[in-house]
Design a protein around this ligand. Structure first.
Ligand SMILES: [Zn+2]
Length: 75
């Protein structure tokens, strides 16, 4: 499975487009998601946003239009 070309914060819209940054995020994603589950939450994305403290957002893979819409599944 090819890594996504871009990760986007679902709250503040921060974009991660640097290949190395994305790889680092993907490497840490499993551990981070496990930590979220452990505190009783459900991870929405792969990794916390760089501004997580202020925006509380999570980085989601961006693969094109229409996959991740604001607010989740509304169709
Ligand atoms: Zn954010």
């Amino acid at each position: 499975m090819a890594p996504p070309k871009k990760l986007v914060c679902d709250r503040c819209g921060l974009e991660l487009t640097n290949k190395d940054d994305i790889e680092l995020a993907l490497e840490g994603a499993e551990a981070w998601q496990a930590a979220v589950w452990a505190r009783g939450d459900e991870p929405r994305g792969l990794f916390p946003c760089e501004n997580y403290k202020s925006c509380g957002g999570e980085m989601k893979p961006f693969r094109g239009k229409g996959i991740f819409r604001r607010g989740g599944n509304t169709n």
